[in-house]
Design a protein around this ligand. Structure first.
Ligand SMILES: *Cc1c(COP(=O)(O)O)cnc(C)c1O
Length: 229
């Protein structure tokens, strides 16, 4: 079986990011690719790193900690926490993560803020918004977002960078467009791109649609590392 290498897959995704940005009248360099490595080996992450990739996303704290330790010789590799984070794991994640994209409660914001303060760090964070109001999904509702934003604002050691979302999973990528549009509107309602520069949205099946609607970070796993079993 002939498969593309991780480096080739990364190149193809970057090319599609650039074309989607151009179609939207945006600059390709204004969209960051976060390669989602959950369930994949540290060796696969290293291969992507060697191909020039620096930003990686992980969902589970234990898995993140294991890979971060295996790859600690790569100092400019940046880990993004993109899975639900329990407050009792905040301290551990703070040591490793460059950014926590999934701040979804006032309680988590307070805990991360207090831990970052103790560690003398400033932690960039995104607010996770459950834009589809799905029962089983984490993230605050659209109408709770402002309260969470204010709670993060009270934490001196947290640096609020923007919003993150996972819309309802639809087979047709175009069906995700209204959700991405709603996120762009929410950002305007909360103060606009100056206050909230980042919009983390779009995955393997819909990142081009997300870029058309203003995504500044796309989280792509399957297209880079292959399908997860
Ligand atoms: C797994 C995951 C991704 C990547 O999904 P793919 O479909 O493999 O690109 C992106 N974001 C989050 C929050 C995820 O859990």
């Amino acid at each position: 079986m002939i498969e593309a290498t991780i480096g080739q897959a990364l190149g193809a995704v970057k090319e599609r990011i650039a074309r989607a940005a151009e179609r939207a009248g945006r600059r390709p360099q204004d969209v960051l690719l976060v390669a989602v490595s959950k369930t994949k080996s540290a060796a696969a992450v290293r291969e992507a790193y060697e191909a020039g990739q620096r930003d990686f996303g992980e969902n589970y704290v234990q898995e993140l900690a294991g890979k971060a330790s295996s790859l600690s010789d790569l100092p400019d590799l940046r880990w993004h926490m993109i899975g639900h984070l329990q407050t009792n794991k905040a301290k551990q994640v703070l040591k490793i993560a460059h950014m926590v994209q999934t701040v979804d409660s006032v309680r988590l914001a307070a805990e991360l803020g207090a831990r970052a303060q103790q560690a003398g760090k400033r932690l960039p964070v995104l607010l996770e918004v459950n834009v589809g109001a799905e029962e089983q999904k984490s993230g605050v509702s659209l109408h709770q977002a402002r309260d969470l934003m204010e709670a993060v604002g009270q934490q001196e050691a947290l640096e609020l960078r923007g919003l993150m979302t996972v819309p309802p999973f639809e087979l047709d990528a175009e069906q995700t467009a209204p959700y991405f549009r709603r996120m762009a509107e929410l950002r305007e309602e909360l103060g606009g791109a100056l206050l909230l520069p980042e919009l983390s949205m779009g995955m393997s099946h819909d990142f081009e649609v997300a870029i058309e609607h203003g995504a500044t970070m796309v989280r792509v796993g399957t297209l880079v590392f292959g399908s997860r079993t």
